[in-house]
Design a protein around this ligand. Structure first.
Ligand code: G
Ligand code: G
Ligand code: MN
Length: 400
């Protein structure tokens, strides 16, 4: 994996390269100026899998560099390194995560080989970059063909009730079964679909196949709800509620078993236009959910008056909140606000037992995340349910 180190001190560049060498990294490039690293990244010649970046640098500092990484759509992983106060380091880390960068963690100078080893061995194994291999993005034409040729497939990630650990539903996550590139993830094509007006077609395909799958599961005796991600752009067409209802009717699925997840950041650009549609979805008893809550630019006050009945707290405020008081405070505040507004709460990104215990003790209702299950093809759900049943008792203990 190609690795970049960005630090204004030559000594640090040498030290970190040496440490990475010891850990088995061979393809390493070092930069004293962030602008040069950026230039190399923008050329897009060789995909970079890991960047170690200093925060305090004279020209472009680490925070500014992070902003540019977001702008150019960097999909690899990031480690922040700094001699500054640990709180500054944590804030920068949080900022990068809020922008959806794949941050492995941060290191304080002087960097001990053991902490670097721990970060790259533990965190890298979990990173999107490593798990997903390829990171191409795709254009409109290719995507249009994929939609038309039926190359999109749905995976499903389970959601469980925290109090009882009972399985209650799944979130639909689309993947593209690409003929040459293998399984392609939505962060590589959803943005292109939105920019090129292909998102309605994509949503229709995903929704149809999710509702058919729900019918199939019900026929097999399972009881669950199915959530589908809806891009804000799809809420511009006034007949959207009727189309969803029509589709559900054709598939033989009750409307109250459908959840539509809408991303807050896109939503809040114009909260009035979709109000009509959201209200009529609720009149039909379709659940509507605010996705990735906490990452948008909205003020909490804007939530007032919108008829959402579920709030999904972004994984950035869930994973690790048990040991970070400021994340914990945001998590608790989101929960209590949702409760007062009569909304169901879902914690996303529950990655380990500590996360599970924390969100459960806080009184959140549902949980989703790798600790429970990764997204999976529909055929794998049965086996997962069986395996989950044997973990369930311990996880739902009163004091657990
Ligand atoms: O599946 P992943 O594991 O990579 O999902 C990445 C992002 O893609 C998530 O934020 C999710 O909301 C979004 N996404 C997944 N499936 C769909 C879909 O069918 N429609 C839209 N609009 N977004 C989706
Ligand atoms: O934005 P949305 O909530 O729709 O995103 C779902 C995304 O989160 C998918 O990309 C899914 O693969 C990812 N995801 C699901 N569970 C976890 C988790 O426990 N940790 C992390 N980091 N990502 C997760
Ligand atoms: Mn979602």
């Amino acid at each position: 994996m190609r690795t970049l180190i960005v630090d204004d001190e030559i000594f640090m560049l040498r030290l970190l390269s040496h440490q990475l060498n010891v850990l088995g990294f061979v393809d390493i490039q070092t930069f004293q100026r962030a602008a040069d690293a950026l230039h190399m990244l923008e050329s897009g010649l060789d995909p970079v899998g890991l960047i170690l970046c200093d925060l305090q640098m004279p020209e472009m500092d680490g925070v500014e560099f992070i902003r540019h990484l977001v702008r150019i759509g960097y999909l690899g992983t990031l480690i922040l390194v700094s001699g500054e106060d640990v709180r500054i380091l944590r804030t920068a880390e949080k900022l990068a995560r809020a922008h959806r960068l794949d941050v492995l963690g941060s290191l304080q100078k002087p960097v001990a080989l053991s902490s670097l080893r721990e970060l790259v061995s533990r965190s890298l194994a979990y990173s999107r970059y490593v798990q997903r291999g390829t990171h191409k993005t795709y254009g409109a034409e290719q995507l249009q063909k994929a939609i038309a040729n039926g190359e999109l497939v749905n995976h499903y990630q389970p959601k469980v009730a925290l109090a009882t650990a009972a399985f209650v539903g799944v979130e639909t996550l689309v993947r593209w079964q690409h003929p040459d590139d293998g399984l392609v993830f939505p962060d590589q094509f959803i943005a292109a679909a939105e920019e090129n007006r292909l998102i309605d077609g994509l949503t229709y395909v995903v929704l149809t196949s999710a509702l058919r799958q729900l019918r199939q599961w019900k026929d097999d005796g399972l009881s669950l709800h199915v959530a589908v991600n809806i891009s804000m752009d799809s809420l511009g067409a006034l007949d959207f509620p009727e189309r969803v209802a029509g589709l559900a009717h054709d598939c033989g699925v009750p409307l109250n078993e459908i959840v539509l997840e809408i991303t807050e950041s896109r939503l809040m650009k114009n909260p009035l236009a979709p109000l009509d549609i959201l209200t009529r979805l609720r009149l039909k008893h379709i659940d509507i959910s605010i996705d990735d809550f906490g990452t948008g630019h909205s003020s909490l006050a804007q939530l007032h008056g919108l008829p959402f009945n579920e709030l999904k707290i972004d994984r950035g405020f869930v994973h690790g909140a048990w040991r970070d008081p400021s994340l914990g405070a945001i998590f608790d505040a989101s929960l209590s606000m949702a409760r007062k507004l009569g909304m169901r709460t879902v914690a996303e990104g529950v990655e380990d037992r500590e996360d599970w215990d924390f969100v459960r003790a806080a009184g959140c209702e549902l949980a989703q995340g790798w600790f429970i299950a990764k997204p999976m093809p529909p055929a794998a759900l049965r086996d997962w349910i069986v395996a989950w049943e044997s973990r369930r008792r311990e996880l739902a203990e009163p004091g657990a």
